[in-house]
Design a protein around this ligand. Structure first.
Ligand code: AMP
Ligand code: MG
Length: 425
């Protein structure tokens, strides 16, 4: 598994921009090495370790794209219907033994090999049949309704590049190329902690001054869609010694640790200190709203010795919406690198702002918006409230409008970039 040493980041000063944080991650986090060979049925969500070079073309042979008749295009009259005589039949899965002669056609079915000599098909819906003849209308182009070998994937081309996260489409393509197994990267082990004396797990009754822990479950649910094996490491109390001990221990058998809460400036915030005590802090505080208190660091993997490599730790903010924002922009790219995955930028779409909003320059903001399509344009309306603790804002809106650092005002009608929650949250 990838290893991180303590000198692989430079401490970036006060507030780090999202872009700089991501550049650090891309430059310094070593991509996964090693391979597991898995059957195709177990490959979903894994990261391809080697380029898949097409050992066969797709389709493998020239074949009919319709149920109909195959013939030589040169036999057709360009301006009038042409009568051809049916001389045989080729179902899918059967080789066409008969070559076709002049003014002849062979009955073919979708996926059947094109009989030798033929180059074009007509759909059965488009002909008039009369005994053993068919009347083919004029106007068909040479090659119509037929699929050349390799039109989908050429023999020897790179069908899937190493680093690709395998989803249903990739798995289908690998199957079509005859691969029963694939070489994939080992999955990084990700441990998730919540922190806070006020937290009670869901299922437990709330005592006075308690609130249910939600971040751990949001984070584990987001991790379920990423290439990793996530483990739930529970809730840490607001206690410096116990936080440091728990993080140090978890660093030994995980490849990434995520915490939420306890990373602000208060004296009850112990995550940053625990990273500094046991390892090294890479940066603290991100120029993003919601999400400012976020920390990233490295803890030694084995017994305080960095030469054995390090485990990155991302200290996410406690407020649930801030935790989600920082997860998406810090933890996700870091995890994808550890997993050996190629960069997968979050999907972004253009929309038109339906709101007026002012912000400070120098930090990026993610504003929750609902989306509505109107006259061909997507209009983004701001969710009426802004609190970083408003979990229901995520279920009642459709995405984040991404307002760049330099922007200070968004006016109705302005173009905005939106990161939709679909597929992300
Ligand atoms: P903190 O950064 O620890 O001061 O937490 C900021 C806010 O987020 C506080 O209101 C916490 O109660 C809340 N919070 C922290 N962790 C969680 C969590 N795991 N689930 C829900 N809320 C949390
Ligand atoms: Mg706290």
């Amino acid at each position: 598994m990838a290893q991180l040493s303590d000198d692989c980041f430079a401490f970036g000063g006060a507030l780090m921009s999202v872009e700089d944080a991501q550049a650090l991650i891309a430059a310094r986090v070593p991509a996964a090495t090693g391979e597991d060979i898995v059957p195709l049925a177990a490959a979903r969500g894994r990261v391809l370790a080697r380029d898949l070079v097409a050992p066969i073309p797709l389709p493998p042979f020239f074949n009919a794209a319709v149920d109909g008749w195959a013939f030589r295009h040169s036999d057709l009259d360009a301006g009038a219907p042409t009568r051809l005589r049916e001389t045989g039949r080729v179902p899918a899965g059967h080789a066409a033994a008969l070559p076709v002669g002049g003014q002849e056609a062979l009955r073919v079915f979708t996926g059947a090999p094109m009989p030798p000599g033929t180059d074009t098909c007509v759909m059965q819906e488009d002909v008039q049949r009369d005994g053993d003849t068919v009347l083919v209308p004029p106007g068909l182009k040479r090659g119509a309704n037929a699929r050349p070998a390799g039109e989908d994937v050429a023999l020897g081309s790179t069908a899937l590049a190493a680093g690709r996260v395998l989803g249903p489409a990739e798995i289908g393509l690998a199957a079509a190329l005859g691969q029963a197994r694939l070489a994939v990267r080992p999955l990084p082990r990700v441990g998730v902690f919540s922190t806070g004396d006020e937290l009670a797990p869901p299922g437990a009754p709330l005592r006075a001054a308690q609130t249910h822990d939600s971040n751990r479950f949001t984070l584990l649910a987001m991790l379920a869609g990423l290439p990793c094996v996530a483990s739930d490491l529970g809730i840490l109390p607001d206690d410096a010694v116990r936080t440091a001990a728990a993080l140090a221990e978890a660093a030994r058998d995980h490849d990434l640790l995520l915490t939420s809460g306890g990373v602000s400036t208060g004296e009850e915030d112990h995550v940053r200190a625990a990273i500094e005590a046991g390892g090294s802090l890479v940066f603290w505080r991100l120029a993003v709203k919601p999400g400012r208190p976020a920390a990233m660091g490295v803890l030694p993997k084995a017994g305080g010795d960095f030469r054995a490599g390090g485990t990155p730790v991302v200290g996410l903010p406690g407020n649930p919406v801030a935790a989600v924002v920082c997860f998406l922009h810090l933890a996700r790219p870091l995890l994808l690198r550890l997993a050996g995955a190629a960069d997968r930028p979050l999907p972004r779409y253009g929309a038109v702002a339906g709101f007026d909003y002012r912000k400070k320059a120098g930090r990026r903001e993610y504003v929750r918006v609902t989306l509505r399509t109107e006259g061909g344009a997507t209009r983004a309306e701001k969710f009426p409230r802004e609190g970083a603790g408003l979990l229901s804002s995520l279920t009642q809106s459709d995405g984040f409008a991404e307002l760049p650092e330099e922007v200070t005002r968004v006016a109705p009608g302005d173009a905005v970039t939106v990161l939709p929650f679909a597929g992300m949250l």
